[in-house]
Design a protein around this ligand. Sequence first.
Ligand SMILES: Cc1cc2nc3c(=O)[nH]c(=O)nc-3n(C[C@H](O)[C@H](O)[C@H](O)COP(=O)(O)O)c2cc1C
Ligand SMILES: [Fe+2]
Ligand SMILES: [Fe+2]
Length: 401
Amino acid sequence: MHSTRKVKDDLIYVGGSDRRLSRFENLFPIPRGVSYNSYVLLDEKTVLFDTVDDSIGRQFTENVLYALGGRELDYLVVQHMEPDHCSLIDEMLRRYPQAKIVCSARAVGMLSQFYALDVKDRALVVAEGDKLSTGRHTLHFMMAPMVHWPEVMVTYDEPDKILFSADAFGTFGALAGNLFDDELQLDSMWMADTRRYYSNIVGKYGAQVQALLKKAAALDIEMICPLHGPVWRGNLPVLLEKYQKWSTYEPEEQGVMIAYATMYGNTENAAQVLAGLLAERGVHNIAMYDVSGTDVSELVAESFRCSHLVLAAPTYNGGLHPRMEGYLADLKALGLQNRTAALLENGTWAPVSAKHMRTMLESMKNMTVLEQPVSIRSALADGQRASLEALADVLASQILA
Ligand SMILES: Cc1cc2nc3c(=O)[nH]c(=O)nc-3n(C[C@H](O)[C@H](O)[C@H](O)COP(=O)(O)O)c2cc1C
Ligand SMILES: [Fe+2]
Ligand SMILES: [Fe+2]
């Protein structure tokens, strides 16, 4: 049975959600599932914006057939060639043999690479600023290279002021009937997943997201239809403000995240003591994570949120605890910048973990590493409380400034 929703009288949501997949890209845990969004526009010509992942292919096909109500499909706009949106292109082209593919030049090659689809005869290749009239609607195409992949483009629907934004403004989280952001409680889970999606999937491409935001700023936008998660219309200023911060690597909040690694609990204890000292100094909402027990995608998201990072780790085989090393490598790969970090190391015979963490942080842009890491020999010694207090003083004074 079809499961569609009206976005506008002539715009139908035909996507669906997967709650079975445990990891998106076989990498990121998605306990709340994920949606693959797709939209049918019913104008004098009909348009389908992107398709979906194989996993929801049957639901999608039923939705498209229902939405078109027996009409032919004239255009399939392919904004992004990642398989989570392309698996059903082949199926659509077979069902609608006269449909034209509207896509960027780079997408044409990818269609043949992924699906052995030679679409040259039926591709309407568009470039920056090109327009397509479908009747009442005029679609404007804007290139958004590397707002996830190089072939990405987005589409602005002129009369209805809708931006079809591809992966930009997407989020993890399945949709349960409620399609619009103003039908959902955004504050906790949805915003955390939007942040985790942004930071891990497009976090590296801040400059390219900035370029897209500049183009978007020149448009009058009433609604954003992304390829994952809710359609945004009630909270656009909030979302755009978050994107502005994330894409310029500015912290969202003056706040501290303590990430610790531990084998036997002694480094954890030091992190706990420090957290208490920070709290006594008036720091609120302290976030603390064991890097072994927290998925690195959460650690990355929290690092994009907080202004201050406390990194605490044991020395491991003459180097850094591997989970801490993996997390910092991810931060570097995603290009995080502009944070202040405090280091806490542990080692029983030759502690070197602070040196390793410092080297990794200093290879990133604009990271301030506070001087004098706290160095523990196996377990916090009585005399070391003072050094944790001194560190808490510095952190609290910066965070509460
Ligand atoms: C596999 C392994 C390798 C280690 N390598 C080193 C090392 O190279 N240098 C060192 O000083 N301590 C090393 N240690 C000791 C730990 O860093 C030290 O015991 C630390 O206090 C553990 O902190 P924790 O209680 O938070 O797990 C190693 C421990 C393990 C289990
Ligand atoms: Fe993508
Ligand atoms: Fe996607």
